[in-house]
Design a protein around this ligand. Structure first.
Ligand SMILES: Nc1ncnc2c1ncn2[C@@H]1O[C@H](COP(=O)(O)OP(=O)(O)OP(=O)(O)O)[C@@H](O)[C@H]1O
Length: 504
């Protein structure tokens, strides 16, 4: 790395921003050195994404100054930001599904001149870039056909270019399993060596303490200062983020689990996916975890059961009776719920208010016998959930699209956890959610199980799946490779089964 002229690559000082009457950032200061990995932390809605959107040109600041390599910058849009060397990988994926991987990687860098480009050459470059990142992705594949992990890698590849000065990663690992995270971290270390400054937003403190050099915590739009990772610890950071100590992350599982399975699947196989020979059962009040590496078939299994994807074979039993599920509507009719991992696309109605989103799934419990919505019950229920999950919003009437990413996740979960289900599948329950809200979500899952619901949780977060499950089924190459009882829970055992190895 060449000796830089300025000590800091990036200096943002006195940044303030309001949306209408809501003041989101108040005099925020952050300085990022050359080749530094700088973690930006804070609760859902603290203002992290807004700060990044000001840096990259999506939003305009109300006041303050942004200095890049000694010169003041004021990008008016993301293109101007990119030209200046600021590239952001956002939580929500922004790929064009019907274009190829290579086109997605290079299109935004080329503007409108797509048809004049040497695509053969660019596809070759894209393949080299993807190969150098260590993930197996075909540059000629159509983005629509990629897994969510592969899409995330394409987003990252898109953001890395020769001219990147500041790379911002907003929750980059939420869809990654431990092996993918390792690969990502190796890539970040290489970028760091090249002098690229990285701003890393994450709710996974373990990751921060592994990879970051410096931490800045935002709390309600105010920065609490920056501190080197070597001079702090997780408890202090959590305290800075949420203003209190956290004692028990996971609730005590002292519930009565039913004797007989409430839900059973036999010999399930997918028509168009790798899932085969999947058999398992869930008892009333039981929380069953499904672990496995990305691409092992966890989400596909849930989608097959829920009728969202086509089955090749398989029999499903609910309370001992065989049932036929050919579509999500059939599943809902049997009171089988599914909280998708892709909550932006499948979990919430972005243009509708928080109240409408939550009440749309619980009409039964808030409407009168004649079918009219009881406004009082509706408000009570919705406001109760907003408070319980600490959904940061000025009112229940705010459109979900105006909430921060993590708060949108909370709405999606609140929506499903508030309905009466017999069985519920929850895919990645706390993706993008802050540590304080995680506890509330685990409590909600526990309460749902307490009512006698069979809960199936799919999670890549190993401490989480061990913390909330009664037993864990581990998938490998489309089928369950092994089952772990509570006394066998360990990251090593999950990983061993995930890669198709027996336990030691
Ligand atoms: N376009 C907008 N209009 C109105 N309010 C907005 C808009 N964008 C963001 N906000 C509000 O600004 C606040 C900060 O949101 P931001 O997305 O920056 O939070 P965050 O720290 O990134 O949260 P998360 O961890 O959930 O991603 C939130 O309360 C959000 O509702």
């Amino acid at each position: 790395m060449k000796e830089p002229v300025n000590e800091y690559r990036l200096e943002m000082s006195g940044i303030s921003k309001s949306f209408g009457v809501v003041s989101v950032l108040k005099d925020v200061n952050i300085k990022v050195k050359h080749g530094e990995i700088h973690a930006l932390l804070g609760e859902n809605g603290a203002g992290k994404s807004t700060l990044i959107k000001i840096l990259s040109g999506v939003h305009q600041k109300d006041s303050g100054k942004v200095v890049l390599d000694g010169a003041e910058i004021n990008p008016k849009n993301t293109h101007e930001g990119q030209v200046l060397g600021i590239n952001v990988v956002y939580q929500e994926l922004s790929l064009v599904k019907d274009l190829s991987v290579a086109e997605n990687i290079y299109l935004h860098k080329l503007g409108a001149s797509k048809f004049w480009m040497n695509w053969k050459e660019l596809t070759k470059n894209a393949q080299e870039l993807l190969d150098s990142l260590g993930f197996k992705i075909d540059a000629t594949a159509t983005v629509r056909d990629l897994s969510i992990v592969q899409k995330q890698v394409v987003e990252i590849a898109k953001a890395i270019s020769e001219d990147t000065k500041v790379l911002v990663l907003d929750e980059p690992t939420t869809v990654f399993d431990p092996t993918d995270i390792k690969k990502l971290f190796n890539n970040l270390l290489k970028l760091k060596e090249k002098g690229i400054s990285i701003i890393y937003i994450s709710h996974h403190l373990d990751e921060i303490f592994k990879i970051a050099d410096t931490i800045t915590v935002l709390r309600d739009g105010i920065d609490t200062g920056s501190v080197p990772v070597s001079k702090t610890d997780k408890d202090s950071v959590i305290h800075l983020m949420i203003g209190r100590e956290l004692k028990d992350l996971y609730p005590v599982r002292d519930l009565k689990i039913g004797e007989e399975p409430i839900f059973e699947v036999k010999n399930l196989a997918g028509k168009d996916c790798i899932v085969h020979d999947v058999s398992f059962s869930v008892k009333a009040g039981e929380v069953v975890g499904i672990a496995g590496l990305g691409g092992s078939g966890r989400t596909e299994t849930a989608k097959l059961i829920f009728g969202a994807d086509k089955k090749k074979s398989g029999t499903i039993f609910l309370e001992g009776e065989e049932i036929k599920i050919n579509s999500p509507v059939d599943a809902a009719g049997y009171q089988i719920g599914f909280v998708s991992e892709d909550r932006k696309e499948e979990g919430v109605f972005l243009p509708l208010s928080i109240r409408r989103n939550i009440s749309v799934t619980s009409f039964g419990s808030i409407s009168s016998k004649l079918g009219f919505i009881n406004i009082d019950s509706e408000y009570k229920k919705v406001l109760g959930l907003i408070e319980k999950l600490n959904i940061k919003t000025p009112s229940s009437e705010v459109n979900v699209k105006n909430l921060s990413g993590g708060n949108q996740q909370k709405v999606a979960l609140a929506k499903w956890l508030s309905i009466d289900s017999k069985v519920i599948f929850i895919d990645e329950p706390t993706r993008g959610v802050d540590v304080g809200a995680k506890i509330e979500i685990y409590k909600l899952i526990n309460e749902v199980a307490k009512k006698g619901v069979g809960v199936v949780v799919i999670s890549s977060d190993m401490p989480e799946i061990m913390g909330i499950s009664d037993r864990i089924l581990v998938m490998h190459e489309g089928t369950f490779y092994g089952e772990l009882q509570k006394d066998q829970f360990s990251e090593e055992n999950i990983l061993r089964y995930s890669i198709g190895e027996p336990l030691k």
